[in-house]
Write a protein of this length. Structure first.
Length: 367
């Protein structure tokens, strides 16, 4: 079925055009890559996988409870409005929230693909171009998988959130070549990764768990790349140039925290915008969720050298300053491990089933 028919409300146009301001760059130096970047490129090639095969698409999903996450995660929970809802309405609300969230993941993955392609085009060195070409493919696979999940298993899509679109547009329109890394790899992907992780670790539904665990395995490489490339580059920038980047980060962080929280879902349920915003503001679960959304961004910006006074103060105000001390390498290593462990468990279970089938066949033959 065409996506158009599955949108809760139609996007204003089928295409979105963002004029580009930067240069395409070629490098004639083919033999002088940085070892760490080339190692990441090699890893990107070695670790390609096919979502059509690795993910078990036969698993059924209950559209009225696609993720199995706690109802507290929805901002209506515990409000007078919630008390009046029937079980059926609550199921519809779960479906819409899951659709909204995964739709933002889907649009974000498309954005990541376009930004990775932009980096192929604009980065000055060939090692970064090679690596980003593998990431472009990774992001295409991610978009494919989220799109399939929404079309086949939920049957409902939300358009891109206005503020996510605005940040993506700012990231792409900027002519400085590091901005797609900063806006996309650090901010948007950092947020997405934290959200993926929270759902991966709380869902009891095998299909979304597989999708999130496997996508996160790839994202660990993407974050590693953003950190390496930006850390090297930001060492050479002047204080004024660094402050500009920090302002961009501060603005982006506030925008994502305050404006990317699914108010449009509640509006679809007939709740006026102002009331919907109040509910969202009051939800304790959401307050915690919104802080945890920064768990991947804060240590990353600190690590790449954007750690000026104003940025530190912004993180104190957001209540996320301490997250700067969390160990990103450890988080990334865990993301890779969780995906590998899931594979091992699934394939061990398949092997057991296969052996049992053979045994049964032999027994029936003997009988
Ligand atoms: Fe991705
Ligand atoms: Fe990514």
């Amino acid at each position: 079925m065409s996506t158009h028919e599955l949108y809760t409300r139609a996007p204003s146009a089928t295409n979105w055009q963002v004029p580009s301001a930067g240069s395409a760059r070629f490098s004639w130096e083919y033999d002088d890559g940085r070892d760490r970047l080339l190692a990441l490129y090699q890893k990107g090639k070695d670790k390609q996988w096919d979502g059509a095969k690795r993910i078990d698409w036969d698993l059924e999903v209950d559209p009225l409870d696609p993720l199995g996450t706690p109802d507290e995660a929805m901002s209506l929970y515990g409000t007078p409005h919630w008390a009046k809802m029937t079980e059926r309405d609550r199921g519809e609300l779960r479906k819409h929230y899951a659709s909204w969230q995964f739709s933002q993941f889907l649009h974000g993955e498309q954005g990541a693909m376009v930004c990775a392609a932009r980096i192929v085009e604009s980065a000055p060195d060939l090692d970064a171009k090679f690596y980003s070409a593998t990431q472009t493919m990774d992001e295409a696979r991610h978009a494919e998988i989220y799109g399939r999940f929404l079309h086949e298993k939920i049957g409902l899509l939300y358009p891109i959130n206005d503020n996510l679109q605005a940040l993506l547009g700012d990231t792409l329109r900027d002519s400085r070549w590091d901005m797609p890394y900063l806006g996309m790899q650090v901010l948007i992907e950092g947020l997405a990764l934290a959200a993926f992780g929270m759902i991966r670790d709380t869902t009891d539904k095998p299909l979304p768990q597989q999708i999130l665990a496997y996508v996160m395995q790839d994202e660990a490489r993407h974050v590693a790349f953003g950190r390496m490339a930006l850390r090297d580059y930001y060492r050479q920038l002047s204080d004024a140039e660094l402050r500009e980047r920090e302002e961009f980060v501060i603005e982006g962080c506030y925008l994502m925290r305050d404006r990317l929280r699914g108010v449009e879902v509640l509006e679809d349920f007939g709740i006026p915008k102002k009331q919907a915003e109040e509910y969202t503001e009051q939800s304790e679960f959401l307050a915690l969720f919104r802080q945890l959304l920064f768990s991947r961004i804060v240590p990353c910006v600190k690590d790449i050298g954007l750690w000026g006074k104003r940025l530190q103060q912004a993180y104190v105000d957001l209540g996320v300053f301490e997250l700067g001390d969390s160990n990103l390498d450890l988080l990334m290593a865990q993301d890779e491990e969780i995906a590998e462990k899931l594979d091992a468990e699934r394939f061990a279970a398949e092997e057991r089933d296969r052996v049992a089938e053979v045994d049964a066949a032999i027994r029936s033959g003997e009988a």
